[in-house]
Design a protein around this ligand. Structure first.
Ligand SMILES: *[C@@H]1O[C@H](CO)[C@@H](O)[C@H](O)[C@H]1NC(C)=O
Ligand SMILES: *[C@@H]1O[C@H](CO)[C@@H](O)[C@H](O)[C@H]1NC(C)=O
Ligand SMILES: *[C@@H]1O[C@H](CO)[C@@H](O)[C@H](O)[C@H]1NC(C)=O
Ligand SMILES: *[C@@H]1O[C@H](CO)[C@@H](O)[C@H](O)[C@H]1NC(C)=O
Ligand SMILES: *[C@@H]1O[C@H](CO)[C@@H](O)[C@H](O)[C@H]1NC(C)=O
Ligand SMILES: CC(=O)N[C@H]1CO[C@H](CO)[C@@H](O)[C@@H]1O
Length: 506
């Protein structure tokens, strides 16, 4: 378009140049940044036709042409009229050439215009195509952008879907992981449970085994206990047997003594018989007097201690007794005497009933004789004791007697006094006599067997003058020896004992 304008301007310039060239005038036309210089042709004697006009609209913008009336230099029509005839032809010629030029110019212009138009058309066409393509392009781009938008949205949606899917997948994965973990956990728990149950069953087995073992052990212990009890019983029996053996062995040892004593007795009896024969031959009168006890013999004038015969009350039987005529005034009828252990005192009921030993030595007068003697009148009892150091003590009872055999020779002794202890060592009144074969004591044991001899044992009592005679040299404590508790305790070791009676009113 610019080109077209330029061309038109060039054409107009040419026209102006053609018009003004005759007057050799120059004009500058300023149009925007461009400036155009037009050299107008100097046409002498030639006046431009009055109807000549430039139809170009741009003519209005060109600097105003000087008014032919006002410009004296352009008062050429006035001159031309004067020279009209001469220059008529010239003018014509110039007009023709101008015409020709113009025609040429027009041709050119036409050509140019045509060319321009063609090119413009082409351009227009091209531009139209261009604009169309642009529009199309725009549309295309619009579409593209829209499609891009859509695609973007789609991709968004896709991504969202993918996101969701992936999230779901992740969740699913997590769930599956969780499930796996749970399964593993459950598996572990199951294993643990099975392990525990195994352990439990093992423990139960062990418990059962232990119970069985304990049961067996308990049974074993019970059987052991039974065995022990049996052993204990056997041992108890054995101890009893041993005790019995001990008793029998002491018996054996005493039996030897007894044999010895009996031998001695027979010797003495023989001697006595010899004496008796001599006595009979010398003094047969004394025998016939029939004294009741040694007091009567003493009162008859006999003052020597020794063996004498007395007549038992209500009886014709004479009994040989030893009379102590020295102790405390004498007249004592001796019931019991121990001097050297020559006579065995561990004897039975019958021996104690009848008496044993010899009145001249160790002897027991006999319970029947003692009963008869002490129950015929009131008698007092004197117990004389001597220890191995030679100390002599006594216990005295103002009243003494014993019952008959029907009451087991029960003891009655009252009115205690003396030096052998501050208390009486005889048991209380009513205590029965016991021997190893007649147990009348108040003890569950058998005192006569434990303490040996025959005595008024209670349980077993503080005295036993008929116990075992142990020699003075022995220092071993014996419990079956001669005993007078309140003098020397359980173990007297007496070297001499005498029990003797005389009437209480002596
Ligand atoms: C899914 O989208 C959320 C937001 O909506 C985003 O925070 C997350 O990172 C996305 N996840 C993935 C795997 O793209
Ligand atoms: C006791 O002596 C008798 C014979 O007198 C004898 O058979 C018995 O075995 C003796 N006992 C003991 C324990 O020595
Ligand atoms: C002895 O006999 C007389 C009667 O004959 C009697 O009264 C008295 O009690 C008897 N004495 C003894 C100790 O038996
Ligand atoms: C015991 O004493 C009496 C006299 O009292 C005597 O005859 C006897 O031989 C004595 N016995 C012993 C073993 O000493
Ligand atoms: C005397 O002793 C015997 C047994 O030793 C007994 O049976 C009897 O009852 C006793 N007598 C009295 C009076 O206690
Ligand atoms: C009359 C006229 O102006 N003729 C001119 C036409 O153009 C040629 C060349 O362009 C000029 O030489 C003539 O003078």
């Amino acid at each position: 378009m610019g080109r077209l304008l330029a061309l038109t301007l060039a054409y107009l310039a040419h026209l102006l140049a053609a018009a003004i060239a005759s007057e050799r005038q120059q004009h500058r036309v300023q149009h925007g940044p461009c400036s155009y210089t037009f050299v107008l042709p100097e046409v002498e004697h030639c006046h431009p036709p009055k109807d000549f006009q430039v139809t170009n609209t741009l003519q209005r913008d060109s600097p105003p042409e000087p008014e032919p009336e006002l410009d004296p230099s352009q008062s050429r029509p006035g001159k031309a009229q004067k020279e009209r005839s001469s220059s008529q032809e010239k003018k014509l010629e110039s007009l023709e050439s101008a015409m020709e030029n113009n025609t040429q110019w027009l041709h050119k212009l036409e050509n140019f215009i045509q060319e321009n138009v063609r090119s413009g058309m082409e351009e227009i066409k091209r531009s139209a195509v261009h604009t169309q393509t642009a529009a199309m392009l725009e549309m295309g781009t619009n579409l593209l952008s829209q499609s891009a938008e859509q695609t973007r949205k789609l991709t968004d949606v896709e991504t969202q879907v993918l996101n969701q899917t992936s999230r779901l997948e992740i969740q699913l994965l997590e769930y599956s992981l969780f499930t796996n973990r749970l399964e593993k956990h459950i598996l572990l728990q199951t294993q643990e449970i099975s392990r525990l149950s195994e352990k439990n069953s093992f423990l139960e087995q062990r418990l059962l085994a232990l119970e069985a073992r304990y049961g067996r052990e308990r049974q074993g212990l019970q059987s052991e206990k039974q065995q022990l009890q049996e052993l204990l019983e056997r041992q108890g029996r054995l101890v009893g047997q041993l005790q019995g053996e001990l008793g029998s062995s002491t018996l054996n040892s005493t039996s030897l003594q007894r044999q010895q004593a009996s031998l001695a007795d027979t010797v003495q009896q023989l001697l006595a018989m010899v004496n008796h024969c001599n006595e009979i031959s010398s003094s047969p009168k004394e025998e016939s007097l029939g004294f009741r006890d040694c007091t009567e013999i003493l009162r008859s004038g006999v003052t020597a201690s020794g063996t004498y015969s007395i007549l038992l009350p209500n009886s014709t039987r004479t009994v040989k007794v030893f009379c102590d005529m020295k102790t405390r005034g004498g007249g004592w009828t001796v019931l019991q005497r121990r001097t050297n252990g020559s006579v065995n005192f561990h004897r039975g009921w019958r021996d104690y009933k009848m008496g044993f030993g010899e009145p001249s030595g160790e002897h027991w007068l006999g319970n029947d004789i003692i009963h008869k003697l002490t129950s015929s009148q009131e008698y007092g009892l004197h117990v004389q004791l001597r220890d191995r150091e030679g100390n002599e003590v006594f216990s005295h009872y103002d009243r003494f007697y014993i019952d008959g055999e029907n009451r087991n020779y029960s003891l009655h002794a009252e009115g205690f006094s003396g030096t052998a202890g501050r208390t009486s060592s005889l048991t209380h009144s009513g205590t029965q006599f016991s021997t190893k074969d007649r147990d009348n004591d108040q003890c569950t044991c058998k005192c006569a067997q434990l303490a040996s001899g025959g005595w008024w044992f209670e349980a077993c009592g503080p005295s036993n003058l008929n116990g075992m005679y142990y020699p003075a040299s022995s220092s071993v404590v014996r419990y079956n020896g001669i005993k007078w508790y309140y003098w020397k305790g359980p173990n007297l070791m007496a070297t001499m004992t005498t029990m003797m009676v005389r009437p209480a009113n002596f």
